[in-house]
Ligand binder design. Sequence first.
Ligand code: PMP
Length: 395
Amino acid sequence: MKVQLAERLRRADFQGDFLEMILVAATKPGIISFAGGLPNPASFPVDELAKAAQEVLHEDGVIALQYSTSAGFLPLRRYIAERYAKSGIILDPDDIIITNGSQQALDLVSGALLDDGDVVVVERPCYLAALQVFHLYNPVVRTVELTPEGVAVDELREIIERDKPKFFYSVPNFQNPTGLTYSEAVRHGVAESLRGSDTMILEDNPYGDLRFRGLPGTSFHTLLGEQCLMFGSFSKIVSPGLRIGWIACTNKELREQIVSYKQRVDMHTNIFGQMVLARYLQDCDLEAHIEKIKELYGHQADVMLGAMSRYFPEGTRWTKPDGGMFIWAELPEGLQAVQLADAAAKAGVAIAAGDPFYEVDRGVRTMRLNYTNCDDGAIEKGIRILGDLIRKMQQ
Ligand code: PMP
């Protein structure tokens, strides 16, 4: 039998192939991996979730094991709305749709908004799994350079005026892959370019809570209201295995369409998981838990940054993140990150070459380094090995 795959799967998936390579390299026994984007398992509240799961089953077992509603468990949506209120963003629990991680949020919103050939705008470089999801819907993908201050506003404005994109996908805080954060001036500039247009902004913010330096920036929702959809996730602050994230959408018509689309796709997000999470959030102090994660990641970031300044040769440059999980490094001129990734894998270190984070560019000099999933000794050793290899490649 010949499997007759749909066109959307017959198209090349450069990002997926690359991701597979990264995962294979990163999961080899004994390897030091800076390649993935995994939270530190030391941060998982295993005992607290075990207790919450017991309580949910004992007290509300038949609800937790029954079908439920597509928008999500109301106490969890209420908790999320109340947490936004603490940062000055006023939402109704009904504005929140619970999703299977923010990854599903990307898919649902793409499904609700995109027709073949529609234009979307992303950062350059961009979170690679967002590129993958968008490509399922066959859009034209435009990219805007991400500078150390945030996205290049003039370039964005031009694209919005010329191409009338359906949306701009933005990760303004501790972006994946670069670790960069938009300045206030850039946030206002972006909002100004979008205001009055029909282009939505998808503000994806899975790392926003993990700020270990500086002060939080203004959300696009504060600047643009319902033109901004906010995506959030419990993956980086509680557990990614729970697969629980959300969309905050204050436009009623769009929200109803997204919920209806979700109902057709998967009925609803695992209600047992939602109830366990809601119980955990009710009984434990999430903010204290996040403080501990920030302390851990801030320390790990500093260990990696310190090692990079000791071992990386002149001409190598890198970002200094104020939060999140990633550092983005650029090799000296003439070198390619894929070559370093190959040599590093042989020497026992996995890194993510920058290529799959770009829509078009290949053979790039940039690479993503994750610092949250190795101990201090492994970070020091891995960076030393990378430094030696870069020097060798320069000869
Ligand atoms: N958006 C960004 C920017 C991410 O880095 C990730 C996780 N790597 C996600 C969305 C998806 O996260 P999740 O589905 O676990 O919430």
